[in-house]
Design a protein around this ligand. Structure first.
Ligand SMILES: [Zn+2]
Length: 463
């Protein structure tokens, strides 16, 4: 078994060779903390958590370092803070927004079964590293000062644009470039900018008198450098980050360290749509993780996410949530009482994940293992439990009937039972018309019936 990962930079699946197998290093871009994370944000969290678990399995839990940052200085945060706490000083309002949002984010990703990353650095705690990088880039001729800004000079890097492989015109359109008078070239991007009065501000680098704040891209170069070094193994994120964010991270880090690579493997998860449409608040199909967790255990959302290969676009549908819940419920019931501690992680699952995280193949193998459980002894059930634990899925938290009951909170169970009694009486009296009418009434309430041979009638919530 060999781990192979698709590298966006090489445009192919490559065998994974860490720089140091005793310290495998991975970075993934984390959230900007100004609002609840949406279900699209959950995708990289889950995908790179699965990769983190796989690397820990292959190299040992103590030999993998995973960094996922928190962006806590950003225009969106400043705008939100001013809206939400108009009476407080801006810096205090910003702290209130970022602390609250960070707490919500942690609750959400815990519910999704994601392990804590090894380090979770905050941008505002790495201003010193950002300024050191900026000074290096100025010294090497890759950055310049203009009107109290520091800009990265894109033409100074001869192979800028290798990750996204776009033409200059496409890059200009994609970056929604501000044509600013202080830029030497329209593609140049901000490393540091002056703060407006009241905004978060730090003493500026490069002898600039006005206090300022960092651009977004420099944050990740600085935090990756601090915790993982000048060059590391894997850099991940959503496909929307390839350009300009990751392109610019590469430019900053490679030029600052005169190195051929920032990371040796660049991995990107595909887009997420909802019910076949682009997710948008205006379209009414915008879901936060928090909203979905009100309807489904995090295990269901996690398993649903893994049903689609991470590089494919995913269509997030309610039907797929139900199918994921039904599948996990089936696994739970079939392996009830089996002890994960007595099981082994199934090698076919590892093999599937080692093939560029082939999670659809993984699911097929889980179902094959389920087929063995139904035959005889207890070992396959223990193995399945151990495998689900490895995947971060606690089966005992997924009970489909309890989920459906919670979702249809308004149902009067006493009324259901008395309707079933009335139907049994009608059947006894051979009044089948009335019995059918009652069954239809229950059906309209989302209840389905099962008549047992002994005359009893079971009921459950319909999917
Ligand atoms: Zn980043």
């Amino acid at each position: 078994m060999e781990l192979r990962l698709y590298d966006t930079l090489a445009r192919e699946k490559r065998p994974f060779r860490p720089l140091d197998p005793a310290r495998v290093r991975m970075y993934a871009c984390g959230p900007t903390v100004y609002d609840f994370a949406h279900i699209g944000n959950a995708r990289p969290i889950i995908v790179f958590d699965v990769l983190f678990r796989l690397l820990r399995h292959l190299y040992g839990a103590d030999h993998v370092v995973y960094v996922r940052n928190i962006t806590d200085v950003d225009d969106k945060i400043i705008v939100r803070a001013a809206e939400e706490y108009p009476d407080r000083p801006l810096n205090e309002a910003i702290r209130a927004v970022t602390e609250k949002t960070e707490r919500q984010f942690h609750e959400d990703v815990n519910a999704l079964g994601a392990l804590e990353p090894t380090f979770e650095p905050r941008a505002t705690e790495h201003i010193g590293e950002m300024k050191a990088l900026i000074e290096r880039l100025i010294a090497s001729g890759n950055a310049y000062v203009a009107q109290e800004h520091v800009l990265f000079s894109v033409p100074s890097m001869h192979d800028y644009g290798r990750l996204s492989r776009r033409s200059l015109d496409e890059m200009l359109a994609g970056a929604r470039v501000d044509v600013a008078p202080y830029k030497r070239d329209p593609m140049d991007f901000v490393l540091w900018k002056p703060s407006k009065p009241g905004e978060p501000a730090w003493p500026s680098p490069a002898g600039i008198a006005t206090p300022g704040r960092p651009g977004w891209h420099i944050e990740c170069s600085a935090m990756a450098w601090k915790h993982l070094g000048e060059t590391f193994d894997i850099h991940g994120g959503g496909i929307d980050l390839v350009f300009p964010h990751h392109e610019n991270e590469i430019a900053q880090s490679r030029c600052a360290f005169h190195s051929p690579a920032m990371a040796n493997y660049w991995m990107h998860n595909g887009f997420l749509q909802v019910e076949g449409e682009k997710m948008a608040k205006s379209a009414g199909n915008f879901f936060t993780i928090r909203e979905l967790l009100a309807d489904w255990p995090g295990e269901v959302l996690r398993y649903q996410m893994l049903m689609t290969h991470y590089r494919q676009p995913i269509d997030w549908t309610r039907k797929a949530s139900e199918e994921a819940a039904a599948a996990l419920d089936d696994f739970r019931v079939s392996t009830a009482g089996a002890d994960a501690a007595k099981g082994r992680i199934d090698q076919q699952i590892i093999d599937a994940l080692a093939d560029d995280l082939n999670t659809p193949q993984m699911a097929a193998s889980l179902h094959r293992l389920l087929g063995e459980v139904r035959k005889d002894d207890n070992q396959p059930a223990c193995d399945l439990r151990a495998t689900f634990a490895f995947l971060g899925i606690e089966l005992d938290r997924v009970n489909l009937q309890e989920i459906l009951k919670r979702q249809r909170g308004g149902i009067d169970e006493g009324k259901v039972v008395s309707l079933i009694d009335a139907r049994s009486a009608a059947r006894k009296a051979r009044n089948f018309k009335e019995a059918d009418r009652i069954r239809d009434e229950l059906d309209g309430m989302g209840i389905e019936l099962e008549d047992k041979k002994d005359g009893a009638t079971l009921w459950r919530f319909k999917r």
